[in-house]
Design a protein around this ligand. Structure first.
Ligand code: UT7
Length: 325
């Protein structure tokens, strides 16, 4: 019998501190940085984001999302046999956020590692978990996207600091006789490293270079629109389906204009797109599982629906996962 993988539970967690655009604009004005709710809403669709308290880490957010996903799947932590955390803001240089999170769940022994593919991290992590389940290396995987991007924002740069937020989303992916994950398509092109990066690194006890996020927004925008379309089409072709078969498009939540353009290229009505960027901002690897959990819990996404998850981000990385929920 063919072995597939299937999502059996979702969960998410947002840190309690919520800043509307008006709140953030007021904080930035105090630093002499000018922005407005109008500009942010018009150019990005973002209205609010959550920021974690200074001592809260990605694994802290991730473990809360994981608990909700475990509960939804009806599993105990001890039943998990694989943990993958997608993050670009891990708690430490090493060990991985996944190992720290494993300990916080009170379990030990199963493989646990981080995936670093920035905003594409969750589709990468889900694809790895799917492959490990299909090859028999795991049966009950916990796949998490968790970020504290507020730590790496340059609050003197209005072109980036208004865009991002903190949060975590998680899914339980279990071995199944029926699909599940139908197809994936992952890519990277390292020549675009400079258009979206945090170039600093630790050396000899110091941070060398700029440890804050910098982005050429327009270059990222143009590339994102093209690669999201090609990844969606390639994934559909692998599964022998068309865009008309998709019940819900759940793209990386970076900019509502990118999401509109992706839907338009696929000839999908925008009311089939799950949108949480307005409330979460861009939470990088956490954005897709946060949006998925939101859509499941609000009753939009139902058992049997066909979902297209799509990510794009620093690296440059991009990819898509098509699945039957
Ligand atoms: O997660 C990874 C994926 N990341 C993305 O997908 C981000 C992709 N890029 C974008 O979403 C958009 O390029 C941005 C939202 C970052 C920028 O939007 P844009 O429409 O490309 O604006 P722009 O960079 O062309 O800037 C337009 C104007 C500029 O002023 P001038 O030069 O026309 O006078 C900026 O200085 O808007 C100004 N501006 C702002 N004004 C008020 C830039 N940021 C702000 C701001 N508030 N926060």
């Amino acid at each position: 019998m063919t072995r597939y993988s299937r999502i059996t539970g979702t969960g998410s967690y947002l840190p309690p501190r919520r800043l509307t655009n008006v709140d953030l604009a007021a904080e930035l004005a105090a630093r002499g940085v000018e922005t407005s709710d109008e500009w942010i809403v018009e150019r990005t669709g973002i209205r609010a984001r959550h920021f974690a308290a200074p001592d809260v880490t990605s694994s802290d957010l991730g473990v809360e999302a994981a608990k909700h996903a475990l509960e939804a799947a009806g599993l105990q932590p001890a039943e998990i046999d694989l943990i993958i955390v997608a993050t670009s803001t891990p708690d430490m240089v090493f060990p991985s956020a996944a190992c720290i999170l494993q300990n916080k769940l009170g379990i030990a022994g199963c493989p646990a590692f981080d995936v670093q593919a920035v905003c594409s991290g969750f589709v990468y992590a889900l694809t790895i978990a799917d492959s490990m389940i299909k090859t028999g290396l795991a049966s009950k995987a916990l796949v998490i996207g968790a970020e504290v991007f507020s730590r790496i924002l340059d609050f003197s740069d209005r072109t980036t600091c208004v865009l991002f937020g903190d949060g975590a989303g998680a899914v339980i992916l279990e071995a199944s006789d029926t699909p599940g994950i139908l197809a994936s398509d992952l890519h990277a092109d390292g020549k675009h490293v400079d258009i979206l990066c945090v170039p600093g690194h630790v050396s000899g006890g110091h941070v060398l270079g700029n440890p804050l996020l910098k982005m050429d927004g327009q270059a990222v925008f143009k590339l994102a629109v093209g690669v999201l379309d090609s990844a969606a089409r390639a994934t559909l072709a692998k599964a022998n389906l068309t865009a008309a078969d998709i019940d819900w498009l759940i793209p990386h939540q970076a900019n509502i204009r990118i999401m509109r353009s992706t839907a338009k290229k696929l000839k999908m009505p925008f009311d089939k797109v799950i949108v949480t960027v307005d409330q979460h901002g861009n939470t990088s690897a956490a954005s897709i599982p946060l949006a998925l959990d939101d859509a499941v819990r609000s009753g939009k996404v139902k058992k049997g629906d066909v979902l297209m998850l799509e990510g794009v981000g620093g690296g440059f990385t991009w990819g898509a996962v098509l699945l039957k929920y």
